[in-house]
Design a protein around this ligand. Structure first.
Ligand code: FAD
Length: 350
């Protein structure tokens, strides 16, 4: 190769350093047109990923140094504020210069939480409000889900179709082989139509998982969880994991919000947990109450005030519609919660 050619090749490649939160770093070269995830996969860097389309956010990273651009025309499950703070989805992001990107999980995470495929059988099917079902199902014997972290999701195949959809488990590892889901039934949707029109106890669904990096960081600091609608599901798993583990001293605030009272669900379950856990403060919020409402009359995020931020290392988890997540992130940051301590799961793309 001539020196001119060598320079041209060099100009088209960038060095990407993938830095995991256990301090392990991988360096790899990115060629023009390769996404960060392509680079990682081509070099056996253990970056977590699932959908490859920008709609699940499993492959999220944060740029520390360098320029990393992203495709904006593809479905994105990244909030505008997260993009501004330097977060990127590696499947839709490209190194424009040498760069260092941080992954907020240990380098062993994907090996320790490998997805597997199996089947679930529906045991209980219950409408918990006008548009939400609770499903309790049994995993088949061959399922390997013991490693799932509270907050992670699985993919379920809609019976009679080739379509897969993602759902967070509201149950914990201790409940296995039973798994529980809360699913909002939309007016029209592949899974929604199955649940409304055909689903019944005894149905079998293919399952694939666990996936995702929205999971409980069991650190000894206060935790704030903000859930909108069925965004409550992963929080229930986290609360129960904290309850059953050794983490019972630091305050946990769970703010659960819906527009109308008729949209609420799981109220008895939440009350029970508040009774069992002295450190748990559940704030049920209705933003547009139609009658007398004794709870918080606001969006869930605004039930959190300055007095709740007692520790600069407070960790927050947000799971709700994009607008709620965006507003909750802004609100928490304005109260002093660090951006890197705010973990977000989006059920709908923005
Ligand atoms: C990581 C992850 C975890 C998830 N966990 C849960 C969960 O625990 N519970 C839950 O209820 N959902 C959850 N979802 C959303 C779920 O995967 C489906 O998107 C949702 O159930 C709609 O599927 P569907 O087949 O009925 O509709 P589709 O056929 O996919 O879509 C029909 C139409 O509805 C729109 N749409 C899709 N999702 C929503 C939504 N949530 N609200 C309003 N409109 C929508 C689509 O843009 C489309 O126009 C999760 C999504 C992700 C990415």
């Amino acid at each position: 190769m001539s020196s001119a050619e060598a320079v041209a090749v060099e100009a088209l490649t960038s060095k990407v350093t993938f830095r995991f939160n256990d301090g392990v770093e991988y360096e790899a070269l990115s060629n023009e047109g390769e996404s960060l995830l392509d680079v990682a996969r081509g070099n056996e860097v253990p970056v977590i990923h699932q959908c490859l389309t920008g709609s699940c956010a499993s492959c999220i990273c944060k740029v520390d140094t360098g320029e990393v651009s992203m495709e904006t025309e593809r479905l994105m499950s990244l909030l505008p504020s997260e993009a501004k703070e330097g977060f990127r989805l590696t499947c839709t992001a490209y190194a424009d210069t040498d760069c260092v990107v941080d992954l907020d999980y240990p380098s062993t995470f994907s090996e320790d939480h490998e997805a597997s495929q199996s089947v679930i059988t529906i045991n209980e099917f219950e409408w918990v409000n006008h548009n939400t079902v609770r499903i309790v199902a049994d995993l088949a014997d061959d399922a390997e889900m013991e490693s799932f972290e509270a907050g992670q999701y699985v993919q379920l195949k809609v019976p009679g179709t080739e379509e897969w959809r993602s759902y967070s488990m509201s149950s914990t590892v201790r409940d296995l082989p039973e798994v529980t889901f809360y699913i909002r039934v939309l007016e029209d949707g592949v899974m929604s139509n199955y649940l409304r029109d055909r689903a019944a106890v005894g149905d079998e669904l293919e399952i694939d998982g666990p996936y995702g990096v929205f999971y409980l960081r069991e650190e000894k600091v206060p935790q704030i969880m903000i859930a909108g609608g069925t965004g409550l599901a992963p929080m229930m798993s986290m609360v129960d994991t904290l309850r059953l583990g050794n983490f019972r001293r630091k305050p946990v605030i769970l703010a659960f919000g819906c527009s109308f009272e008729k949209d609420l669900f799981a109220q008895e379950d939440l009350e029970l947990r508040e009774g069992w856990m002295r450190n748990l403060d559940v704030r049920t919020c209705v933003s547009r109450p139609e009658g007398e409402w004794g709870g918080h009359n606001c969006r869930a995020q605004f039930s959190i005030t300055q007095d709740d931020i007692t520790d600069p290392e407070t960790i927050a988890y947000l799971c709700g519609p994009p607008a709620m997540n965006e507003s909750a992130r802004d609100h928490l940051e304005s109260l002093g919660v660090k951006g890197e301590n705010i973990h977000v799961e989006l059920f709908e793309t923005v």
